[in-house]
Design a protein around this ligand. Structure first.
Ligand code: NDP
Length: 252
């Protein structure tokens, strides 16, 4: 019987974790969670800049890597592997919005969002999976959105990408399950980050009023679920979509 990848397998230096889009918001909160567990965390973003107090330099690697550029993705993996070895936990989190109604949406707004939020996840995931398959262990957590399930006016590009991630993740989960690699999706609702701030106060308040729990999530509340999905205890969960949305998409 193949054992699930566990924290126990991690050794004294912790697991090697890659978080895309970890310079702020949800990705940054995830980085803090993994660092608090003693893992080694590589954080990527286009800027390559991380929050000042994110973590100790011997367990934190900050890299500039645009997920729309295959060469940059390859270079980032190369740097991580050289420093610590293969990635054992991937959190595919980098994402953007280019909101506007379909009638006004340019081809560019459509393809920018698909390239970052869907194809970007494919790129980083494909690169991680090769090594995970050889190691017979690995955890992949993909950050989708409640928009994939309930739709969102002004976000046809974003919702399409986020829905596409579910099909991609479930297909991959089936492909790699025999190697004890799990692939799961989390679907956050409204989370207090720069991305949400860009909506403006009026839209934010209107959205928040729809949430059964009556409030917006903190990034740490998403990070805790990502962390759980990476854990030994979550070894029998794969191909799942886990909502973290205050009940917004309940039943969908
Ligand atoms: P932020 O805008 O706060 O952070 C986005 C992160 O992605 C940044 O680190 C940004 O860094 C990085 N990023 C953006 N484009 C690229 C790129 N091409 N290559 C590499 N990194 C990139 O967003 P959130 O923290 O709110 O969102 C994180 C994820 O959660 C996203 O996938 C988002 O869709 C999802 N989500 C967010 C919700 C919310 O309410 N906030 C709700 C549901 C899902 P840089 O700009 O330096 O590249």
């Amino acid at each position: 019987m193949t054992e699930a990848p566990t924290g126990d397998d991690a050794g004294p230096d912790g697991r090697v974790v890659l978080i895309t889009g970890g310079s702020r918001g949800i990705g940054s909160a995830c980085a803090r969670w993994f660092l608090s567990q003693g893992d080694r965390v590589a954080v990527t973003s286009r800027s390559g800049v991380v929050e000042d107090d994110l973590g100790p330099s011997d367990r934190l690697l900050s890299l500039a890597c645009d997920v729309t550029d295959p060469a940059q993705v390859e270079a980032a993996y190369g740097a991580i592997e050289e420093a610590w070895g293969p990635v054992e936990v991937l959190v595919a989190n980098a994402g953007i919005t280019r909101d506007t109604l379909v009638l006004r949406m340019s081809e560019e707004s459509w393809s920018d969002v698909i390239d970052t939020n869907l194809t970007g996840v494919f790129r980083v995931t494909k690169r991680a999976v090769g090594k995970m398959v050889r190691q017979h262990r690995g955890r992949i957590i993909i950050v989708s959105s409640v928009s994939a399930f309930i739709g969102s006016a002004g976000q046809a590009n974003y919702a399409a990408a986020k829905a596409g991630l579910v099909g991609m993740a479930r297909s991959l989960a089936r492909e790699v399950a025999s190697r004890a690699i799990t692939v799961n999706v989390i679907a956050p609702g409204l989370v207090e980050t720069d991305m949400l701030a860009a909506l403006g106060e009026e839209r934010k308040t209107a959205f928040a009023s729809q949430v059964p729990l009556g409030r917006i999530a903190r990034p740490e509340e998403i990070a805790a679920v990502v962390g759980f999905l990476s854990s030994e205890e979550a070894g029998y969960i794969t191909g799942a979509v886990v909502p973290v949305d205050g009940g917004l998409a309940m039943g969908m």
